[in-house]
Write a protein that binds this ligand. Structure first.
Ligand code: NAD
Ligand code: UGA
Length: 430
């Protein structure tokens, strides 16, 4: 049993804290957001993530997990401190490191014994050295510490399973002893452990996210070509995926990638390259192909309807992907705003993201289920592939719509069946 402090109780920090406590460690999770900590003490989760509430409850009850806003209390007796604060996009696409800097300063001011500071946030190459500098300068008196990079690869919506069963654990440090201690902490996860230097570990994270985003943009470009020539991109992806060198994952064509990670990380990697005078051509194309999908889906809906002014469009799904309430850079935002700007009325239903979406999209009418959203609408756009949309009563849906038009931007329905049923149906690359 080790004592661990996790700084930041968002998607990564809270999952990290809950999972490490479930593995038998004593975890104190800290955040500067007092409301979040107050709520967590009452068992109220700050985010929607399947299985998280139960995991947190169980470990709090067992006395292994607790919450605080007080750095001195959180660091008392702690050997490992994970930084898991946000690193959003800055104005020029660079990663904004203000939260990392402030966490590092607070750790430095409040540590009372040697510490291993582990950076779990996704940070630009060189940040580990920069954090070490901040800590050294902010310490009231010199106390030993090491900075280790241990990037996180979990996905929202399956975060606990991903954390507990990672494909690999990446550990970067110049301090071999600290790296080995961090490796020991991760041994129960039984994944291959890559120990490398700080900068390489930081780069592995960006390169991984950028590669996955590239795969998705690639299949979306293939989808366009499929459509032009009458091939089916779903079958193309399946056929490609049998080749182990390619793999089937991240080849679902549709609306492209959104969320709090790929958009900011691809941008930040391009920024890093440009800062060194390089021209990241692939990254720029990957972003362009991706963002074109959102515009294209609106354009295709417009052409199916013969214009958008005065029309009512039902959006099925708002979150950037299923099983999360995260609306950060969700394609639904650009789509809803473009539809509204073109004079359409937008109604929407999402199983968990409507509270978060209401703040961002005040003009969108939120509905209590997909049928209510579709009632009297001129068209449906499937934006997020929530399971509950896959088995809808399609006859009922057709009867409720003013015109039976479905823009299936996540390829969840079978084109032949939809057309047989009398829908005017458009999918992506099929
Ligand atoms: P988030 O916005 O959900 O949570 C960040 C938390 O940090 C917030 O609760 C905030 O109040 C807190 N915070 C900010 N400054 C603080 C400070 N000085 N001290 C204490 N707490 C502070 O962020 P997230 O989605 O969990 O992402 C965190 C990092 O992990 C980012 O760098 C992200 O790129 C990376 N990441 C995210 C995911 C994901 O699926 N969300 C996956 C892998 C990596
Ligand atoms: C992604 C990575 O998958 C994680 O490994 C990483 O840790 C995380 O970013 C991060 O660094 O924060 P996440 O954004 O939660 O995780 O979700 P994904 O499942 O990767 O989906 C990202 C976006 O790509 C979603 O908008 C999804 O709809 C889209 N996507 C995904 C596709 O369009 N097609 C696919 O085949 C797969």
């Amino acid at each position: 049993m080790k004592q661990i402090c996790v700084v930041g109780v968002g998607y990564v920090g809270l999952v990290t804290g809950a999972c490490f406590s479930d593995l038998g460690n004593r975890v104190i999770a800290l955040d500067v957001n007092e409301q979040r900590i107050e709520n967590l003490k009452k068992g109220i989760m700050p985010i929607y993530e399947p299985g998280l509430e139960e995991l947190v409850r169980r470990n709090v009850k067992a006395g292994r997990l607790s919450f605080t806003t007080d750095y001195a209390e959180a660091l008392q007796g702690t050997e490992f401190v994970f930084i898991a604060v946000g690193t959003p996009s800055g104005v020029n696409g660079e990663a904004d490191l203000q939260y990392v800097a402030s966490a590092a300063e607070s750790i430095a001011r409040n540590m009372s014994a040697p510490l291993i500071i582990i950076n779990k946030s996704t940070v630009p190459i060189g940040t580990g050295d920069w954090v070490a500098d901040i800590v050294k300068r902010a310490q009231p008196r010199p106390i030993d510490f090491s900075v280790v990079s241990c990037p996180e690869f979990l996905r929202e919506g399956s975060a606990i399973g991903d954390f507990m069963n990672p494909h690999r654990t990446v550990i970067g440090s110049f301090d071999r002893e600290a790296a080995n201690k961090v490796a020991q902490l991760h041994l129960p996860l039984r994944a291959p452990i890559v120990i490398t230097d700080l900068r390489t570990a930081e780069m592995i994270k960006y390169a991984s996210n950028a590669f996955l985003a590239t795969k998705i943009s690639f299949i979306n470009e293939i989808a366009e070509i499929c459509e032009a020539y009458g091939a089916d991109v779903k079958e193309v992806a399946a056929g490609m995926g049998y080749d182990a060198r390619i793999g089937r994952h991240f080849l679902d064509a549709g609306l492209g990638w959104g969320g709090s990670c790929f958009p900011k990380d691809v941008k930040a990697l391009a920024y890093m390259a440009e800062e060194k005078g390089l021209n990241p051509r692939i990254l720029h194309s990957v972003m362009q192909v991706n963002y074109d999908r959102r515009r294209d889906v609106v354009k295709w809906t417009e052409s199916l309807l013969g214009g958008l002014r005065g029309k009512t469009i039902a959006l099925f799904g708002l979150a950037f992907k299923p099983n999360t309430d995260d609306m950060r850079d969700a394609p639904s935002i650009d789509i809803a705003q473009a539809l509204t700007a073109a004079g359409a009325t937008v109604r929407a239903y999402d199983p968990v993201a409507m509270d978060a979406a209401r703040v961002i999209l005040p003009a969108v009418q939120m509905c209590s289920d997909p049928y209510e959203a579709a009632t009297g609408a001129d068209a449906v756009i499937v934006v997020t592939e929530w399971n509950e949309f896959k088995q809808l009563d399609l006859e009922k849906l057709k009867a409720l719509l003013k015109t039976p038009i479905v823009m299936d931007a996540r390829n969840i329905y079978e084109p032949a069946r939809m057309r047989e049923m009398g829908f005017q149906y458009r999918a992506i690359g099929r």
